[in-house]
Design a protein around this ligand. Structure first.
Ligand code: PLP
Length: 391
């Protein structure tokens, strides 16, 4: 019997053929027939601590027995504690919890517009994003996501969103002015091809944003929580954000997001101006506390860097042996292998999958690797052997 299902009753925006996964253990996933796959994708950079974790399952189970949901009308201890620990990671005064990356970014846009229009005056509401960015699929975040493939049938978009080329300082200087409330930027573009922000571009951005009181939002949905070898991706690339947005790995695979805002923004927000029903519930925040305890630890983060160096050097040696692979991209354990021909990508991914390795794609011509952060060197080696064979 095939481990695949064809045409389940999902909308056509998804594919028609799916591998049916059943369970996970460590860095491995098992399909419904018991076939084993090493996971270099982590459910798109989510499962940072791997699968089958008794500690996370027990935390969720114990909290579910006590209390599952309250709404924002009440507080719970796990949510308060997580908010305290998150704000303590930088110059932040408050956290808005949500359930997904797009919600974290929508909240950031709302806070930024409220701040800018209350401090600088009505009309100063523009938001700048960059070429190849991906910030989500709801209307606000789609308006900040310039690729047509995400937008085409959905116009009109939200007014006030503009785009300029990533890392193009001249264009940035021409575009950005005091009418902008915020700039949203991925320090390393997770979906757009794994390019990262240059230090010169960060400097220019900091200078203009400081002069014009424009908020910098670092979209850390994919790069946050240890993925680049620091707690946040902006630390790796020298960006200095005012607001950060987090989601994917935050609650060990459960849906949770966080928008961290500074005091000056929090000070101008009024009661009732934003909210959520499910965001920051006691179960997801209790699990996130456990996840944070494990990841926000210097030896854990150091190990991500060690694994990354090994992974990158092995990818470089694959390039020396295989003409089809041309460039190593990314940072930490968000890495990529750019191929000479984008048309090779689907067949290489399929071959990897048939040989027991799940990988992702980014941009048009790059294989993306985002394994659980607690993967071992041996597992990386094994995965790379499968990739080389597929190439
Ligand atoms: N921002 C970035 C950088 C992302 O990579 C993603 C998803 O891939 C999002 C936002 C949107 O997150 P979600 O799919 O949880 O809404």
């Amino acid at each position: 019997m095939s481990p695949y299902v064809n045409n389940p009753p999902y909308p056509n925006n998804y594919g028609s053929k799916f591998l049916v996964l059943d369970r996970g253990e460590g860095c491995y996933l098992f399909d419904k027939n018991g076939n084993k796959y090493l996971d270099f994708g982590s459910g798109i950079s989510v499962n940072a601590l791997g699968y089958g974790r008794e500690d996370l399952a027990e935390t969720a189970y114990n909290q579910m027995k006590k209390l599952v949901h309250t709404s924002n009308l009440y507080a719970t201890e796990p949510a308060i504690e997580l908010a305290k620990r998150l704000t303590a990671t930088g110059n932040f005064a408050a956290v808005h919890f949500g359930n997904s990356g797009t919600e974290a970014n929508e909240a950031a846009f709302k806070y930024a517009r409220a701040y800018s229009q209350r401090i600088k005056g009505d009309g100063n509401y523009k938001i700048l994003s960059f070429s190849n960015a991906f910030h989500g699929r709801t209307f606000g975040t789609m308006s900040a996501t310039p690729k047509e493939k995400y937008r085409a049938p959905f116009y009109p978009l939200v007014p006030g969103f503009e785009t300029c080329e990533y890392n193009n300082i001249e264009e940035l200087k021409k575009t950005l002015n005091s009418q902008f409330a915020a700039v949203i930027i991925e320090p390393l573009q997770g979906e757009g091809g794994l390019d990262s922000v240059s230090s010169e571009f960060c400097e220019a951005l900091h200078e203009i944003c400081k002069a014009e009181d424009i908020l910098i939002i670092s979209d850390e949905v994919q790069t946050g929580f240890g993925r680049t070898g620091e707690l946040y991706g902006f630390q790796t690339f020298g960006l200095k954000p005012d607001i950060i947005t987090l989601s994917k790995p935050l609650a060990g695979g459960l849906p949770l997001s966080a928008t961290l805002i500074p005091k000056k923004v929090n000070d101008v927000i009024h009661i009732g101006e934003h909210g959520t029903t499910f965001g920051g519930g006691p179960v997801t925040t209790a699990v996130a506390l456990k996840v944070m305890e494990i990841i926000n630890n210097s030896s854990f983060l150091e190990n991500v860097k060690i694994l990354s160096n090994y992974f990158k050097s092995e990818l470089e040696s694959i390039i020396e042996r295989k003409k089809t692979a041309v460039k190593v991209k990314g940072e930490g354990l968000l890495l990529g292998l750019q191929l000479a021909d984008p048309e090779l990508i689907p067949s290489v991914m399929e071959k990897c999958q048939n040989n027991g390795l799940l990988v992702l794609r980014t941009g048009i011509d790059t294989l993306r690797f985002a394994p659980p952060l607690n993967i071992t060197k041996e597992e990386i080696k094994l995965g790379l052997e499968i990739i080389e064979k597929a190439l």
